[in-house]
Design a protein around this ligand. Structure first.
Ligand code: BGC
Length: 505
């Protein structure tokens, strides 16, 4: 049956093979999205564990001494390079893994890459839970990094390839939702376990639980039709399509289309890291670099890693600091669901801009409240009321991130690339995400110490820049099938000069 022609918002015919939401596609996607659990768990755990006294005493005693002695300035208490190296070693490993993973994901498939990532994370969690010295901590974190490097690469691609085009945004936000669940669960754990001398060990070791859940889940689902076609398994690809699209869908049409795209990609037979640098792929490449970079310079991880530290240093007690970051996580989770509900209705651009403006206002306000509460040098004691105001502003900021740059930064890179360079683009995007997270987390405490409230203004400047970037350069991708995505660049006021002057392969 011939595909039905529809006209997307950007114009130009695209194919709609009649894919509906079937229970099978929902279950499969929920399972795939649960891969986000391990990344979220790690993000939440590291921030909390690094404020646990027995942990610091055992591995980083100098940080503890410094925190006790330096009461002069709220911004400088935890500025230790070794402590930040512990947190950010994962990101270097993740960066390396992402680049390798682009090949693994193409060769072994999305599903197998998720399983591999889960198993590596499981090993890392075990080593960290049993750590007796800093070396074991770092080795464990490197394995965790490889784990998330693999799963973060494969899961968003899986979701975008399996979801019906009309609902791709909603399904893809599931990944960020599970990241959020991981963050909240680990914050809760930290909150209760911080009271025990061996609590840090459990917090780190329990990483094996989300890893086991997602690995088992990933092992039970079938791979995406595109990936199966890419690996020459046509019969399995057809079975997979029948299962996820349900009766009544034009499975033959979709399969033919996949076979054609993959055939064209294979005929070109070029090194994908070279192909992606060609002028005609410039718009996608720019997005693969800019989107994750911008996501990180919203400053979200600074808040996620250091929320407990931050709240503690602006006058919340230890317990209320951990509780506050849990509240922040729950608000963020609710906001992701808002994104799920509207991303395929109002589109990606609308959410990016609305969320961006919200985050911008909050960052500026936090800087103002900190100056009002602690003085320009941060030496005065902040009142409880103003500390609560900071918490409310950060929650509103977290909500803005939750319905915009959080989920959409996984969605956009996974949906804009043609199949021949899809895993390469996703790999680059992941590597940029990790590299930027590393650079920021390595420098944030020093930056907070030197720039003080100006650190928040620094991020506000970036948020203004990225919002403008989206308005000018990011075309709308809502509802457009992956194979028809080329049209959005051909019609874009700026990008069309890159894609229309050359003949596409
Ligand atoms: C980001 C992470 C961040 C998390 C917060 C993810 O989308 O990539 O860096 O920590 O969201 O929930």
């Amino acid at each position: 049956m011939a595909p039905v022609g529809v006209l997307p918002a950007t114009g130009g015919p695209t194919k709609d093979f009649g894919g509906r939401i079937t229970s099978s596609v929902v279950v499969t996607c929920v399972v795939a999205a649960s891969s986000g659990l391990i990344f979220g768990y790690d993000i939440g755990i590291s921030g909390g564990v690094t404020t646990m006294e027995p942990f610091l005493k055992k591995f980083f005693p100098s940080v503890l001494r410094q925190a006790g002695a330096a009461e002069t300035n709220i911004y400088c208490q935890y500025d230790s390079q070794l402590l930040t190296a512990f947190t950010s070693s994962l990101y270097i490993a993740g960066l390396v893994a992402s680049l390798v993973a682009s090949r693994v994901t193409a060769a072994l498939g999305r599903k197998n890459t998720m399983v591999l990532g889960g198993l590596t994370f499981l090993a890392g969690g075990n080593i960290n839970g049993g750590a007796v010295n800093v070396a074991m901590l770092i080795i464990g974190r490197i394995l965790l990094g490889f784990g998330v490097g693999f799963t973060n690469q494969a899961a968003p691609l899986y979701l975008s390839e399996v979801a019906p085009a009309k609902w791709r945004g909603a399904f893809n936000t599931g990944f960020q939702f599970f990241i959020g669940i991981g963050v909240v669960a680990s914050n809760f754990l930290n909150f209760f376990l911080s009271k025990h001398p061996w609590g840090w060990r459990l917090s780190l070791g329990l990483a094996v639980v989300p890893a086991a859940i997602m690995t088992l889940g990933a092992a039970l689902i079938s791979d995406t039709p595109s990936s199966l076609v890419e690996r020459g398994r046509l019969r399995d690809a057809k079975q997979s399509l029948i299962r996820i699209r349900g009766a009544g869908a034009d499975v033959e049409g979709e399969l033919d289309d996949l076979v054609n795209s993959v055939g064209a990609a294979k005929a070109a037979d070029r090194e994908p890291f070279v192909t992606i640098l060609e002028r005609r792929h410039r718009p996608q490449l720019v997005m693969a670099v800019a989107i994750p970079f911008f996501q990180q310079v919203t400053g979200i991880n600074i808040i996620a890693f250091y929320a407990p530290v931050l709240f503690q240093s602006i006058g919340f007690g230890k317990d209320s600091a951990l509780m506050s970051s849990t509240i922040l996580g729950v608000v963020n989770l609710g906001a992701i669901l808002v994104s799920t509900a509207v991303v395929d209705r109002y589109g990606r651009r609308f959410l990016f801009v609305a969320g961006g403006l919200q985050m911008l206002v909050c960052k500026l306000a936090v800087a103002a409240v900190l100056v009002a509460g602690t003085g320009a040098s941060g030496t005065e004691h902040i009142s409880k009321e103003l500390a609560v105001a900071v918490l409310i502003l950060l929650c509103t900021y977290g909500a803005g991130f939750g319905w915009s740059w959080g989920p959409l930064s996984w969605l956009i890179p996974s949906e804009i690339f043609p199949i021949k360079i899809r895993t390469t683009g996703q790999g680059i995007s992941q590597a940029v995400n990790f590299a930027t997270t590393f650079a920021l987390s390595q420098s944030f405490l020093a930056m907070l110490c030197h720039l003080k409230y100006g650190a928040f203004l620094f991020y506000a400047g970036w948020i203004a820049t990225m919002t403008l970037f989206v308005v000018l350069f990011l075309p709308e991708t809502k509802g457009i099938p992956l194979d028809s995505m080329q049209g959005i660049w051909e019609q874009h006021w700026y990008w069309r000069r890159f894609v229309s002057t050359t003949v596409s392969a």
